[in-house]
Design a protein around this ligand. Structure first.
Ligand SMILES: [Fe+2]
Length: 602
């Protein structure tokens, strides 16, 4: 049976294909359209999925959309009516931007793909999240928690999943918290208030939080009421997202927390204003953590289950995930590599396969590499035409050569096999660098990522060696498989891992099992033989404002535009020449500084 899953029209559109119960491919639209956060109908992603499996749309048994458009329409209409007359202006805006084409999704899918309407199915938004978490995790019985901004009505659900011995699969979401009471919206409101981009920059709030202290919990308790049943309610007069699309917080919110930050104002965490903003971030972070830990701990007690599967945009919060693991009583916490709405494309397809069609359970491979593969020969051709220094090496020599480059302080663009599904580079589309020096971090921030100095980079370490450098609780390595947890760097290593240790001594570490990405694992070991520290800085292979690179050519163009020194795809290694003509690079504003930086390490 061939089932296509689609998520679209909000943010992070994606498509995923499940054939005979197994995922075969999945990709976000942005990785192909090259428009960051592309929310359009994912035609390129669908075409790529079908092409890869040599299928025509008519071969599909079902196309599953990740949520129910009409229920979402119902929420927007109800909220607008409840808030009338304050909301009447925002209704057309909400219809266009939030709902967009969703109501008419069946017709859109039918006309784009030419499939009969009877083959088009819908799942509940949070059922898609739940399936993305539970049906990809190596567990047979688990509690399930989902949390995001909002689906149709639900913003947080709890329940359980079970794969039975007879092959039947069950997912029951027994309780939910409904819009406008939403941890995702609470966090996004603070994201906007702190001058960051909503639905994109939430992780900056988490990064900034480490510079502050939760000194505003009293104010937070005014805007978020905790309920005796473990739930919570946002106090409506502090928020406006439920009534207008223009601003998410009210003037009363500003009275309570102070003036919002303008997006163009720099954040200096050493100034009193910067400290206020950091304290604000720390306070909302603490509040979200405490609510999640509380709900998860109750779920543990109610279900008696030892595993928790957690998805939804809120599950991208690695600090909260680590607290859930440590404090809620579960042995293992599984967060999928794509916990946000893109992951719902795969979740919806798996949900339809196991639950709607009642196909027998299949164990899903435990890796994130479902996207397009990179072609080393394509890289070699492009680089040679551009008169760059190209080597095609056997595996051993390639690993040793790249390890030498990293040990010499060079920044490496590393492309290997199929790309990751989800927002994080987990070893197939990564920028790698030595983790020892804060200079490397600053150079990456300045020349390549062009981002705020308070943003930390993440380390990757072989699973066998993780405990030496990182203080991982029981179950920590599992949570760190897909970089879903933030854990302390051991005190004695913090100064020697300065580029990947956050200001509070923590790191969003990826703990790498050899089987998942054997080439990166070999590279870590080779780097460890040279430096005594088998740890590398690992950040996504993209520049600011662009999606992560997918194909060799995108990697090559990025390499040519910024301060990456060495580029690898397949067996091809390209080294940036000291005398690369500035002519072809003059478009890039970063070139002057990257030449300077490169010359200091070559
Ligand atoms: Fe969601």
């Amino acid at each position: 049976m061939k089932i296509l899953g689609i998520s679209a029209h909000y943010h992070d559109s994606a498509a995923a294909l499940v054939v005979d119960g197994m995922p075969v491919c999945a990709v976000q639209e942005e990785r192909l359209s090259r428009k960051k956060g592309d929310a359009g109908f994912p035609l390129s992603a669908i075409e790529w999925c079908l092409d890869r499996e040599k299928l025509e749309p008519s071969d599909l048994d079902a196309v599953v959309f990740y949520e129910r458009g009409m229920l979402k329409f119902d929420r927007i209409l109800t909220c607008t009516l409840r808030a009338f007359p304050r909301s009447w202006r925002s209704f057309p805006h909400a219809m266009k931007n939030t709902l967009g084409e969703k109501v008419w999704v069946r017709g859109i899918i039918a006309s784009h793909l030419g499939v009969p309407r009877s083959k088009i199915l819908f799942t509940d938004h949070h059922a898609s999240h739940a399936a993305a978490a539970f049906l990809t995790a190596p567990t047979t019985r688990a509690a399930i928690m989902t949390a995001d901004g909002v689906g149709e009505w639900a913003t947080l659900t709890v329940g359980r999943g079970e794969r039975r011995a007879d092959g039947g699969t069950h997912i029951t979401l027994s309780r939910e918290i409904r819009f406008p009471h939403s941890l995702g919206m609470l966090y996004s409101t603070f994201t906007a208030y702190l001058g960051f981009k909503v639905n994109e920059d939430e992780y900056k709030v988490m990064g900034l939080a480490s510079y502050g202290r939760p000194t505003m919990m009293e104010q937070l308790q005014k805007v978020v009421r905790r309920l005796p049943d473990g739930g919570f309610a946002l106090v409506p007069e502090y928020f406006e997202f439920q009534t207008t699309a223009d601003r998410s917080y009210s003037s009363k919110f500003v009275d309570l927390f102070g003036p919002p930050r303008h997006p163009y104002d720099p954040i200096d965490v050493h100034s009193s204003e910067g400290q206020r903003l950091a304290d604000c971030a720390a306070s909302v972070q603490r509040m979200v953590e405490e609510i999640l830990v509380d709900i998860a701990a109750r779920l543990r007690r109610e279900t008696g289950l030892r595993d928790l599967c957690f998805a939804g945009g809120v599950a991208l919060n690695g600090v909260a995930n680590a607290r859930i693991l440590r404090e809620a009583g579960f042995d293992r916490v599984f967060v999928p590599p794509a916990p946000g709405d893109a992951g719902c494309a795969l979740g919806a397809a798996l949900y339809a396969d196991r639950i709607y069609f009642r196909n027998p359970d299949r164990a899903v491979p435990d890796h994130p590499f479902w996207g397009p593969a990179v072609d080393g020969h394509e890289l070699a051709r492009a680089a040679r035409e551009d008169s760059q220094d190209v080597d095609e090496l056997d595996e051993t020599r390639l690993i040793e050569r790249v390890a030498d480059d990293l040990a010499a302080g060079r920044i490496v663009g590393w492309m290997d096999g199929a790309s990751e599904f989800g927002p994080r580079a987990l070893g197939h589309r990564s920028l790698l660098a030595a983790p020892q020096s804060a200079d490397t971090r600053d150079r990456l921030n300045r020349d390549i990522k062009r981002r705020e100095e308070f943003r930390p980079f993440a380390p990757v370490v072989p699973a066998e060696r993780a405990d030496r450098f990182f203080d991982l609780p029981a179950g920590g390595a599992r949570l760190a498989r897909y970089m879903s947890g933030v854990f302390p760097v051991r005190e004695e290593w913090r100064s020697r891992l300065a580029a990947v240790t956050h200001v509070d001594g923590s790191a969003r570490v990826q703990v790498l099992e050899r089987d998942m990405a054997p080439r990166l694992h070999a590279l870590l070991e080779a780097y460890g033989r040279r430096t005594g520290v088998p740890v590398l800085l690992n950040t996504s292979f993209n520049v600011a404002g662009e999606p992560i690179v997918t194909h060799a050519l995108e990697g090559y163009l990025t390499f040519r535009r910024c301060g990456i020194d060495t580029l690898v795809a397949g067996s091809t290694v390209v080294t940036k020449l000291a005398g690369t003509p500035a002519e072809s690079l003059k478009e890039s504003g970063a070139w002057a500084s990257s030449t300077e930086a490169a010359s200091t390490v070559v």
